[in-house]
Design a protein around this ligand. Structure first.
Ligand code: KIV
Length: 259
């Protein structure tokens, strides 16, 4: 087992695992100081490109953003989302995941799904590609984005999916909007870490979209906590800059070149 991945596994039940998304270098280099895992999420489709769904995100877009993120991530694990329709069968998944690893030098890939993707997870793991699972709300394929685990049948299926993913060799699993008791049950019944988003403090770690956490997005999801209003800070700075330029207070002599 890869040493960096083993470090994440070792945190299970000992200390919470800190994850955030990043889409570019400058933010990634800040997150790298504090996170165990930085995820280049295909959420960039809605966050940066205003796409209606992550279905529109291409492999090329993921690779380009990941190359930028790689420049900022030195110590944490960097995982890249495999976008929609890039892992429809084991052959396609292996070809594309190999390309992602080669181009971005990431530490692993994340795939959405349960039972259906098990042969894909197995072939990637067999080829030494670390895989992070993703169950609960599946933004690439779900039509309705309501929390999962309300009904017994759904809960049983999700629990079973996580066990299958663990058995197939996934090193951790994102639980997206999974009901509180179900996230506890899953976390207690599998040996690999669960990383929650909207899935309560019962998970082994937490992940959020960075733009939501810093107030750069307009996200109103129940599970988001805005820790700072960076939009306001940027707005104030730009206003000040504009005013100083208009009043000829900027640039000053110290900002200019004289021969
Ligand atoms: O795409 C993404 O950013 C994600 C996280 C929210 C888990 O999958």
């Amino acid at each position: 087992m890869n040493k960096k991945i083993q470090k994440i596994l070792d945190k299970k039940s000992k200390t919470k695992i800190i994850c955030l998304t990043a889409y570019s270098k400058n933010i990634a280099s800040i997150l790298d100081k504090h996170c165990d895992l930085v995820l280049v999420g295909d959420s960039l489709g809605s966050v940066l490109y205003n796409y209606k769904s992550t279905k529109e995100v291409t492999l090329e877009t993921m690779i380009n953003h990941s190359k930028s993120v790689r420049l900022g991530v030195k110590r944490s694990i960097m995982v890249v989302d495999m976008p929609y329709n890039t892992y429809r069968n084991p052959r396609e998944a292996l070809r594309n995941a190999k390309l992602v690893l080669k181009e971005t030098k990431c530490d692993g890939v994340k795939l959405e799904g349960g039972k259906k993707i098990i042969p894909i997870v197995k072939i990637l793991v067999k080829n030494k590609i670390p895989v992070m699972g993703h169950v609960g709300i599946l933004p690439q394929t779900d039509k309705k984005f309501t929390f999962k685990g309300k009904k017994e049948k759904e809960s049983e299926r999700i629990l079973n999916d996580t066990k299958l993913l663990e058995k197939a060799g996934a090193f951790s699993i994102v639980l997206e909007c999974v009901e509180v008791n179900l996230s506890k049950k899953v976390t207690n019944q599998i040996k690999i870490p669960t990383i929650g988003i909207g899935s309560s403090a019962n998970c082994d770690g937490q992940v959020l979209v960075i733009d939501d956490l810093i107030g750069l997005s307009k996200s109103k999801f129940k599970f988001v906590k805005k820790y700072v209003d960076i939009s306001k800070i940027i707005d104030d700075a730009v206003k000040k800059y504009k005013s100083e330029v208009l009043k000829k207070l900027f640039p000053k002599a110290k900002h200019s070149f004289k021969s």
